[in-house]
Design a protein around this ligand. Structure first.
Ligand SMILES: [Zn+2]
Length: 275
């Protein structure tokens, strides 16, 4: 596959904020342990406080993927890059995905769809419709487990490799983009993403549109506040659970019009990945 070349993971060392903080904290803990060996054990409350703070930091790194503690993640376009990148998670869903595609086509906008593997297998024609519309398809896990970040490397590999294989079989192109389920990145998820040549994509603006009580006017207003050059917008074309229509489906025409009125174009987020 010629796409394999593009799929190469970033091999260069990249010191993200999260990784730098992790290194400093790890060194500090090692120094604390070394000092304990030399001058004797510290008081237990202090030892527990240090251990607790370290575990808290690692947990924050897993949950807050934008800090890139375990995996570099793209959360905005490069400095000065014009346009907005729309992204849709948790589809494909019959009915909803088609409406999103129709709205995007009417506005001449291209976007990225992070599809759930088992839904893609159930509705391959929708995945092919996404690609036919000029959009890019990315990996969002096969099962989309809530506790994915607590799984071991073997199970993570089985899930993500299955999602990659499904999308490659359906579209004929090996996917490169990856949005971790729930947006959590554990060391195991980071390692497997590197193995599979996946590039993590986060967001700078959240629609908060996926839950069943979300209102489209509020979603449109929330996204409008964050629209600007370089923004990556997180929306949904499918419900994470169930089949309700994500509020983004109805909010999308307003979002597209707001962007147009502000002179903002639309960019596929894969255009913002550096090599
Ligand atoms: Zn999701």
């Amino acid at each position: 596959m010629t796409e394999r070349r593009d799929a190469a993971p970033p091999t260069g060392f990249s010191l993200t904020l999260g990784r730098g903080v992790l290194y400093v904290a790890t060194l500090a803990c090692l120094a604390f342990a070394a000092r304990a060996l030399v001058v004797g054990a510290p008081p237990w409350p202090l030892a527990f406080a240090v251990l607790g703070a370290y575990l808290g930091l690692v947990t924050a790194g897993v949950v807050l993927m934008r800090f890139g503690m375990f995996l570099p993640v793209v959360t905005r376009g490069p400095r000065g890059a014009p346009g907005v990148a729309l992204t849709f998670d948790d589809g494909p869903d019959p009915g909803h995905t088609e409406r999103v595609l129709a709205a995007l086509a009417a506005a001449g906008a291209k976007a990225a769809f992070f599809v759930i593997g088992h839904k893609a297998d159930a509705h391959p024609e929708l995945v092919r419709a996404i690609v036919a519309g000029g959009h890019v398809v990315g990996v969002h896990g096969y099962a989309h487990e809530r506790l994915f970040a607590l799984r071991g490397r073997k199970r993570v590999r089985r899930d993500l490799a299955r999602a990659v294989a499904s999308l490659e079989r359906i579209t004929g192109v090996r996917p490169v983009l990856f949005r971790p389920p729930i947006g959590h990145v554990s060391p195991a998820i980071a390692a497997v993403a590197r193995e599979l040549g996946l590039r993590a994509v986060g967001w700078s603006v959240r629609g908060v549109d996926g839950w069943s009580g979300a209102r489209s006017e509020r979603v449109a207003a929330r996204v409008a506040r964050g629209l600007g050059d370089g923004a990556i917008v997180l929306l949904h074309d499918g419900a994470e659970r169930g089949t309700h229509e994500p509020a983004a489906v109805r909010a999308l025409p307003t979002i597209l019009e707001t962007a147009r009125q502000n002179g903002l174009g639309f960019v596929r987020v894969d255009a913002w990945l550096s090599d």
